[in-house]
Design a protein around this ligand. Structure first.
Ligand SMILES: Cc1ncc(COP(=O)(O)O)c(C=O)c1O
Length: 353
């Protein structure tokens, strides 16, 4: 605490990102990054853009990138908002669409940044418990309220929710905004971007960080009705008009124009995930069905926290959450085949198999 902090900053409980260790080289399976490099076309485009044009501000409207995304999804650029990573898009959305008078609903086990944003905006979250198998209880999200946030697939469980269930939640109260966070949707889920023309209260948030292996350039999007997108622009232009730098805009556009590369890499990740799931089940692990580039695993005979520490000592980083209901689970990002083989070999030793 500091006497210089205002009351708002004193009250904050910031998000804690997964470790980006500097002490030694780890097999890094803790922050859901893509194990493969971005498209070579992205690297080339960024290199070509690194010239004296950097003295100029970037396009505050990100017009070319929005047009490329709109094209891909058969929308108009008025349906698209670009942010500095989807975390920024989510933060702007909480600030734009939710109010303290009515509760904003999200699950008890979900992306922990939602609670941080809710507190930052002095909102009243209504925490909805997932069922015993970590599924979204759809009926509970159909109660009227001030807004809904659901990742599809959910993090850290990896479980998806059906388009039919999302429709039910959208239709239950057309006066509140429903945010579907599709950070991981391209690893086996089904996107609801096509529904944005049908539901003016739907905002779909996506990112280049995972699917396009571009966590390092920080680009995220929102797709929604023009009135929602206008709201986000009003807020953005009251904070910082130039949230995306020139190199990121150029790289992002190249990525959107080469999505077949990312699809091919995502297929590799899915194949590796299925193989890793089989091997871990043979070791006695239970695994939540995943539509994502990570798996959420637990073992009836071994404590997750202890396994986390033992793996770290062996140079393998996974994610452990000291949190009710999931304190005996590990979230493991899917790496390359070689990285997953190292994880399985280490687990075999730890479990005396
Ligand atoms: C569910 C979910 N949403 C959003 C994000 C943020 O991604 P980014 O800010 O890199 O776009 C993450 C990152 O891990 C996530 O897990």
């Amino acid at each position: 605490m500091s006497k210089y902090w205002n009351e708002r900053v004193q009250r904050l409980e910031p998000y804690v990102p997964g470790e980006q260790p500097k002490d030694k080289k780890y097999v890094k399976l803790n922050t859901n990054e893509n194990p493969y490099p971005p498209s070579p076309k992205v690297i080339r485009a960024i290199k070509e853009a690194a010239d004296d044009r950097l003295r100029l501000y970037p396009d505050p409207e990100a017009e070319q990138l929005r047009a490329a995304l709109a094209d891909h999804y058969h929308l108009s650029p008025a349906h698209v908002f670009i942010g500095n990573g989807s975390d920024e898009v989510l933060a702007f959305s909480f600030m734009s669409f939710f109010s303290p008078e009515k509760p904003v609903m999200f699950a008890d086990i979900t992306y922990s940044f939602y609670k941080v944003y809710a507190d930052l905006c002095a909102l009243r979250p209504e925490i909805i418990p997932l069922d015993e198998a970590f599924r979204i209880p759809v009926q509970d999200f159909c109660r009227p309220g001030g807004g809904v946030v659901i990742p599809n697939p959910n993090a850290p469980t990896g479980r998806g929710i059906t388009t039919e269930s999302i429709r039910k939640i959208l239709e239950a109260d057309p006066d509140r905004v429903v945010i579907i966070d599709e950070a991981y949707v391209n690893f086996g889920g089904t996107s609801v971007v096509p529904l944005v023309k049908e539901y003016p209260n739907l905002l779909v948030v996506q990112t280049l960080s995972k699917f396009c292996a571009l966590a390092g350039i920080r680009v995220g999007f929102a797709f929604g009705s023009p009135e929602l997108i206008d709201g986000l622009n009003r807020l953005k232009n009251s904070i910082n008009s130039y949230t995306i730098d020139r190199l990121a805009l150029t790289g992002a556009r190249a990525a959107v124009e080469d999505l077949s590369y990312s699809r091919h890499m995502a297929e590799r990740v899915i194949t590796t995930r299925e193989q890793a799931e089989r091997s871990l089940r043979e070791l006695g692990f239970q695994i939540i069905p995943s539509e994502s580039n990570f798996i959420f695993i637990t073992h009836p005979d071994y404590e997750a926290e202890q396994l986390f520490n033992q793996l770290k000592q062996k140079g393998i980083l996974v994610r452990y959450f000291h949190q009710p209901r999931i304190s005996n689970y590990l979230r493991v990002t899917i790496g390359t085949d070689n990285e997953m083989n190292q994880l399985i070999a280490a687990m075999k030793k730890l479990l005396n198999h």
